[in-house]
Write a protein that binds this ligand. Structure first.
Ligand SMILES: Nc1nc2c(ncn2[C@@H]2O[C@H](COP(=O)(O)OP(=O)(O)OP(=O)(O)O)[C@@H](O)[C@H]2O)c(=O)[nH]1
Ligand SMILES: [Mg+2]
Length: 466
């Protein structure tokens, strides 16, 4: 009996040790992995818990913030001066020199934000709910501008804009987490908000456009406008019979930048559905604009379809005559006109891509310009596009140095491609565009003209793309 008890005790003790060993082994394999700092790329510029600050307050229509973490870190700088200088992040601007881009890779001259706490103690993220799960790549160091992406869209555009957002995030914003404002003439539905918020790494905001900004102004003669649409339909002018397209063009020309949600920002980057970005963006274009005193930018330029703007230049000339005080010295008239301003050559910057300064659009000069055009009625009596409107404004109201061409932002909006000129640039930026499709130096592009009036040297290899 005593021997039997002793055996039972031995079994119990053995089982206890076995369980204890099992417990020890299983816990040491989970917690006991000591993460070396270099696992996180220290010295290559990793950070984990760093996120830029959000703009102070947003209007009621704020939907939600997505992405990781709450705001902290650097303040939103509205001008990029002072504190934003000298952090050494890649400059890569309009030049296509290969060495310049080469230096952006793994640059270590940058003062990087660090993980809050000891990297060796950072838990390994094993499931989506674990901290750090979505820190797959570095959050870029440096200041943030007071900037947002902005998209005008319908609910039915959700999957097309989803594609655009994915590309913008993959190529740029996943490291910067800028906000995204969505605007619509109707309320956004739950699917649109859910899908877009899930894709944007910054905060997302959804605004409904007031009726006044998306309707016929009182002075428009409805019968006359209707006849124009019928006539354009017969002549098969693209969107010539569309009312909503006209509201869209007028809204983008005169109102998007003064929506309550946009009033929180100084800089915008316009994104349309179904665009593509073909190259990595190694630096912050908003910051580039601020530090280099740019106000407007483009990647593609071309000649406008004349039938849609027969009297636009007459209206522009009327504005020049009535408001000489708004016309900038050293402007880009040479981009717009071949005869010193007498006639318009129809060159314009393609406005479906724009990085620009909202305060400029909200300035008296620009508002006077828009209101003068709006009074003339061409948004409805013709079919003025926001691209020539923005372009003529930029060409007349800004100094020519204030307009920037982003050679390194590779872009597609049907049917045109901007693929950076210069093979090394494309390799360094990991571009996936076909250089043969680059529109810049083709006959129907106005980009050569921009280079000429600014006395800029065209990128190496441009001759082979004409
Ligand atoms: N909310 C809303 N957005 C619109 C409407 N029409 C166009 N948009 C948006 O306005 C922008 C420009 O419209 P697009 O249809 O792309 O015009 P486009 O670029 O000249 O022509 P596409 O070649 O069709 O792209 C896009 O972001 C559209 O999603 C509309 O009726 N309502
Ligand atoms: Mg479009």
């Amino acid at each position: 009996m005593a021997a039997g008890n002793a055996r039972i005790v031995r079994y119990v003790v053995f089982a206890f040790f076995f369980v204890a060993i099992l417990y020890f082994v299983s816990h040491s394999s989970y917690d006991g992995v000591h993460l070396k700092p270099d696992t996180f790329g220290v010295g290559k510029g990793s950070s984990s818990s760093w996120k830029p600050e959000k703009p102070a307050s947003n209007a009621d229509s704020v939907s939600s913030g997505s992405g990781s973490g709450s705001s902290s870190g650097s303040g939103s700088s509205s001008s990029g001066s002072g504190s934003s200088k000298g952090s050494g992040s890649s400059s890569g601007s309009s030049s296509s020199g290969s060495s310049e881009y080469g230096s952006t890779k793994g640059s270590s001259s940058v003062s990087r934000p660090t993980y809050e706490g000891d990297l060796a103690e950072a838990p390994m993220a094993l499931k989506p709910s674990d901290k750090g799960w979505d820190f797959l790549e570095d959050t870029a160091p440096g200041p943030r501008m007071n900037a947002t992406f902005v998209t005008l869209a319908r609910n039915s555009d959700v999957w097309e804009i989803a594609r655009s957002i994915r590309q913008v995030e993959d190529r740029f914003n996943r490291r910067y987490h800028y906000d995204w404002v969505f605007l619509n003439d109707k309320p956004f539905d739950a699917t649109f908000k859910k899908v877009t918020t899930s894709l944007v790494s910054g905060n997302t905001y959804y605004g409904e456009i007031p009726h006044d900004h998306w309707s016929f102004p009182e002075h428009i003669d409805q019968d006359k406008a209707k006849k124009v649409r019928e006539d354009m339909a017969q002549r098969k002018i693209i969107y010539g019979d569309s009312i909503s397209y006209r509201h869209m063009c007028r809204f983008e020309s005169g109102f998007f930048f003064r929506q309550p949600l946009m009033m929180n920002y100084e800089w915008y980057w316009r994104v349309e559905p179904s665009i593509e970005l073909f190259c990595d963006i190694h630096y912050d274009p908003f910051r580039f604009m601020a530090e280099n005193k740019k106000k407007y930018s483009f990647v593609l330029s071309l000649y406008e379809y004349v039938e849609t703007i027969p009297t636009l230049w007459d209206s522009a000339k009327k504005f020049i005559k009535n408001h000489p005080e708004h016309i900038a010295e050293g402007n880009s008239m040479g981009f717009l006109s071949d005869d010193g301003g007498d006639s318009y050559n129809h060159c314009h910057f393609w406005s479906n891509f724009e990085v620009g300064n909202l305060n400029w659009l909200r300035s008296k000069a620009y508002i006077d310009f828009f209101e003068s055009l709006d009074q003339d009625g061409g948004f409805f009596y013709e079919r003025w596009g926001d691209a020539p409107v923005h372009s003529i404004a930029a060409g007349l109201l800004l100094k020519k140095e204030e307009i920037h061409f982003f050679n390194d932002i590779a872009y597609y909006h049907v049917p045109f491609t901007h693929c950076p000129t210069g093979e090394q640039t494309r390799i360094d930026l990991r571009c996936h565009c076909n250089p043969k499709e680059n529109f810049d130096w083709k006959g129907y592009s106005c980009t050569s003209r921009y280079f000429d009036i600014n006395g800029l040297e065209k990128p190496e290899g441009y001759e082979n793309q004409q």
